[in-house]
Design a protein around this ligand. Sequence first.
Ligand SMILES: C[S@@+](CC[C@H](N)C(=O)[O-])C[C@H]1O[C@@H](n2cnc3c(N)ncnc32)[C@H](O)[C@@H]1O
Length: 233
Amino acid sequence: MNRMLQPGTVQAIRTLFARLDYSALGRIYCHDGGDAFWCAKRGPCQRWGIKLAEVLKGLLPPGGRSLYVGAGVAEIPMLVMETRELRRRVEAYNLRRDEVRVLNQATAESGLRFMARDAGMARGRVDHLWIVSVLNDPERVPHLSALSYGRAVPLTFDPARFSAERWMVRRLVDRCLRTLTRPGLVTTSTEEVMWVAEWCHRRKIPYQVSEREYPAAIVGDPICFMRVGDARP
Ligand SMILES: C[S@@+](CC[C@H](N)C(=O)[O-])C[C@H]1O[C@@H](n2cnc3c(N)ncnc32)[C@H](O)[C@@H]1O
């Protein structure tokens, strides 16, 4: 099967990247201004995203439905590929209202829409869940994030807050995975695999983690795929 993206899809991705307001995104992604950040990240984000979209194209059936949790700039290539090439429906959630506004300004003519809502409220069934660098998001779960990345400071670390954040993360994982048909595909980061694995273990649901990992331009945690409800390689 030819996994290369069609020229029209690559062009559509490039057009959306060109339409993004990077000054506004800079203020959202970096508190001290983000011009240098986007100067460095924009190219890899687009190139690596296109490569990852090609891999994803080979893993998803046409005509299904995907739930994207925490979808931002990095997810644009995958969203475009799914809708244009596989005729799939996509629902993209992101809690940062400012970012959603900037994304929707750029994608308005393409039909792609981001929603500034909690993905845990998504309804209906999906056969693909995308949840990359969300469960350790320093804005939403600062204590859990600090612990995950080895940055927790023993003097200030608050175990009670960590415990509350872990409960929030488990609840989000549960709500999202309940929407997944089985077998289904989960795209996540290697840092987050354990949350999906724990959910599966508790329910005795088999799963398989891909051996290959793929680079992520913005957060930097490698991305991998999990088959849930199917232990075949
Ligand atoms: C660290 S950013 C990662 C963005 C992107 N996935 C990437 O890898 O570049 C985490 C994102 O997840 C979003 N997020 C966290 N919890 C969420 C939830 N319950 N529903 C939707 N989005 C959520 C945040 O608003 C933020 O946009």
